[in-house]
Design a protein around this ligand. Structure first.
Ligand code: P6P
Length: 338
C-alpha cells in the first residue's frame, strides 16, 4: 500500500486550500494564494520572534500609543508592516484592516483587481513577547462589497458571517497555522527545514464539554454579578480547572483541542469588554462554529454582531457548546431578574 506518511508530509497549506475548494477556479487560486501570503507573513514573524532576545528592535515599547491608547510594542509595528509588505506584491488584496491601524491601508494598484480585504491582528498578546510566552497573529478574509469610493470601508461594518476565511498563527514551541474557509478547521505545523506549513490535523472538533475555564479572575469584582455566579459554580463543582495564558490565541488553541470555555466578559464600567470584534472575536468565532463549538457575547452569537466602528469591542464567551451555554445561562438569569 502507498506510503501514507509521504502523502501526509507533502500536504502543504496551498495544496490543502485547493483541495478544500475542490476547484482550480480563479477564485480558488486567489484564496490559495492569499493563504500562502499569510503563511509567508507568519514565517517572517516567527523568525523575528525566535531572535527576540538577540537583536535590536524586537523587545520593548515604541513609546507611542495606538487608537485604544495602549502602548505599542516594536513587535506590533514590525508584524503589522510584514502583512502589508507581503500583500503589496500579491495583487490579491485591496485593503488591509489591522487592529494596529486607525484606518485600513489601501493598496491602490490592487484595487479593484483584488476584491479581497484582509483583517488582522498582527501580534495578539504582544505583552508576552518580552517574556518569551506564546503570541499569535489573527486573520480574516472578506470580499469587498461596493467600490468603497469614500475610502472609509463602511462595508466592513457588517456581521461576521461575511467572513469567507479566518484563522491564526500561533507562535509557540512550534509555529502553527490554523484556518478554515468554511469547510472545517485544519492545523499546520511550520517545518523550519522546509520553510513550509505541513498539515497536522484536519477537521478539528471542539469537544461538547471540557474541564477548562479560561478567564482573568483578577477582574472578578469588576464584572457583572452573573460572571461571578459562573465562577462560584466552577469553584464549587468538581471537574473544572483554570488555564489562562494572557494571550488569546494560546488560550483559544487549548480550548479548540481540549474543550472548555474562554471568556473575556465586559465589566460594569466597560460592558463592551476588551477584545475587538473584527480582529479577534469574529475570526475565532468563525473557527469555533466550524469546529462544532460556539461564540457568544452572553446574549448574542458573535457572528451576528454588526459593529458601528472598525475597532468596536465585544464581550467574548467561546468554546464548547455546553460550556458556552452554561455561562450564558448565568448571564441570562440575571437579565431576567432585572
Ligand atoms: P488581560 C492581549 O493583550 C489581549 O488582547 C488578548 O490576547 C488576551 O486574551 C487579553 O488581551 C488579556 O487581557 O486583561 O487579561 O491582561
Amino acid at each position: 500500500d502507498r506510503d501514507l506518511t509521504l502523502d501526509r508530509d507533502c500536504t502543504t497549506l496551498s495544496r490543502h486550500v485547493l483541495e478544500q475548494l475542490q476547484s482550480f477556479s480563479a477564485d480558488a487560486q486567489d484564496l490559495s494564494a492569499i493563504m500562502s501570503r499569510i503563511a509567508l507573513a507568519g514565517k517572517l514573524i516567527a523568525r523575528r520572534l525566535s531572535r527576540a532576545g538577540l537583536m535590536e528592535g524586537v523587545l520593548g515599547f515604541t513609546g507611542s500609543t495606538n487608537i485604544q491608547g495602549e502602548s505599542v510594542k516594536k513587535m506590533d509595528l514590525y508584524a503589522n508592516e510584514v502583512f502589508i509588505s507581503v500583500f503589496k506584491q500579491s495583487g490579491l488584496v485591496c485593503r488591509l484592516a489591522s487592529e494596529e491601524m486607525d484606518e485600513p491601508y489601501y493598496i491602490p494598484e490592487n484595487c479593484p483587481l483584488g476584491r479581497y480585504t484582509l483583517l488582522y491582528d498582527p501580534i495578539d498578546g504582544s505583552s508576552n513577547v518580552d517574556i518569551n510566552i506564546n503570541v499569535g497573529s489573527i486573520f480574516a478574509i472578506r470580499q469587498q462589497e461596493g467600490d468603497d469610493a469614500d475610502g472609509t470601508a463602511q462595508d466592513l461594518l457588517s456581521h461576521g458571517r461575511k467572513q469567507i476565511a479566518a484563522g491564526y498563527i500561533l507562535y509557540g514551541p512550534s509555529t502553527m497555522l490554523v484556518y478554515s474557509i468554511g469547510k472545517g478547521v485544519h492545523s499546520f505545523v511550520l517545518d523550519p527545514s522546509l520553510g513550509e506549513f505541513i498539515l497536522a490535523d484536519e477537521n478539528i472538533r471542539i469537544p461538547e464539554h471540557g474541564a477548562i475555564y479560561s478567564v482573568n479572575e483578577g477582574n472578578f469584582w469588576q464584572w457583572e454579578e452573573s460572571y461571578r455566579d459562573f465562577i462560584r459554580y466552577v469553584h464549587r463543582h468538581e471537574g473544572y480547572t483554570a488555564r489562562y495564558g494572557g494571550a488569546l490565541i494560546g488560550d483559544f488553541h487549548r480550548i479548540l483541542y481540549q474543550g472548555g470555555v474562554f471568556l473575556y466578559p465586559g465589566t460594569v464600567k466597560k460592558p463592551e469588554g476588551k477584545l475587538r470584534l473584527l480582529y479577534e472575536a469574529s475570526p475565532l468565532a468563525f473557527l469555533a462554529e466550524q469546529a462544532g463549538g460556539r461564540a457568544s457575547t452572553g446574549t448574542q452569537e458573535i457572528l451576528d454582531v454588526v459593529p458601528d466602528k472598525l475597532h468596536d469591542r465585544v464581550p467574548l464567551i467561546i468554546g464548547s457548546t455546553e460550556d458556552v451555554a452554561l455561562v450564558e445561562s448565568f448571564v441570562q438569569e440575571r437579565i431576567r431578574e432585572k
